[in-house]
Design a protein around this ligand. Structure first.
Ligand code: ADP
Length: 275
């Protein structure tokens, strides 16, 4: 009888503890939701006037400004672009952290996607006098199923960084087919540069929000310190993990693997067309 009372008491205590934990968890979730909503509202509110500032700057720049005005307008354009990127990145992180990001599963051609990104970054490559090479494994099927928008965001960020932190060097993106079984393709991606490199004790922290190599690097190269945070989170959402190897003064290699379905329906249609 005594044992029963003790057991009941300890059960009650456990239940109370459990209830307390549930309440604390609900409170934390509410607080986190409130924070996410606040960030989202503020960012959207900032975006509207910023669009006006950017638009008017663009118009004034087109009206053949005097040399002295050109200087101020260029500076305004730079700041406007920086703020726009910053706000968009905050919104993106906020969306990911509140699990509002959906993964697309549509047919896409990896070669075309990568070539499109390479073309859009030619200007940065030329400015820094870099060789900018794409190596695409010819065994990769043309008809992958996946999320091309997220993939583009990932490659844009990684290639742009590689080109930004490299001068008179090489930036190479290597894509390999690791395996192809039962309509499942596993691919590896490497973005390799011969740029300034990242210090050994920063290899983990560069993926944290607002983290940058150093104050000097930030002063020299600019940037928000949010790009790699987004890249890491997006790769995780797609089922992969980012790896970073780097040596100061020699360069960096960002790599990850992802699995894709091969669209056999698409293949069947293609075969019919060939017949
Ligand atoms: P940022 O907008 O500052 O570039 P990121 O999150 O993209 O933000 O990168 C964080 C920091 O990681 C950068 O400020 C830079 O110090 C370092 N970094 C990122 N990519 C490279 C690279 N390819 N080579 C050298 N340093 C890099």
């Amino acid at each position: 009888y005594k044992n029963n009372i003790i057991r009941n008491k300890s059960n009650l205590l456990l239940q109370e503890k459990n209830n307390e934990l549930i309440i604390a968890k609900e409170k934390a979730e509410k607080a986190s939701q409130a924070r996410a909503d606040f960030l989202s509202t503020v960012s959207h509110e900032l975006r509207t006037p910023l669009n006006a500032i950017n638009g008017i700057t663009h118009l004034l720049l087109e009206e053949n400004p005097k040399t002295s005005q050109l200087h101020y307008l260029s500076s305004l354009k730079f700041s406007g672009n920086y703020l726009t990127t910053f706000i968009n990145e905050i919104l993106e992180i906020n969306k990911i952290e509140s699990n509002k990001v959906e993964v697309e599963n549509i047919n896409f051609n990896l070669k075309h996607l990568l070539e499109g990104i390479q073309n859009s970054l030619i200007e940065v490559a030329t400015k820094n006098n870099n060789n900018f090479t794409l190596v695409i494994d010819s065994n990769i099927p043309d008809n992958l199923m996946g999320d091309p928008t997220k993939l583009s965001q990932i490659f844009m960020n990684l290639m742009n960084n590689a080109l930004k932190f490299t001068k008179n060097g090489n930036v190479t993106t290597i894509t390999k087919l690791l395996s192809l079984q039962n309509e499942n393709a596993i691919l590896s991606f490497e973005i390799i540069d011969t740029g300034i490199g990242i210090h050994a004790d920063k290899l983990e922290t560069v993926f944290e929000s607002f983290s940058q190599g150093s104050i000097e690097i930030n002063r020299k190269y600019g940037g928000t310190g949010l790009g790699l945070t987004i890249v890491k989170k997006l790769i995780n959402i797609l089922g992969g993990q980012i790896k970073l190897e780097s040596t100061i003064g020699k360069g960096s290699k960002f790599s990850f693997e992802l699995q894709f379905k091969v669209n056999d329906h698409h293949l069947a249609i293609e075969e019919k067309i060939h017949i």
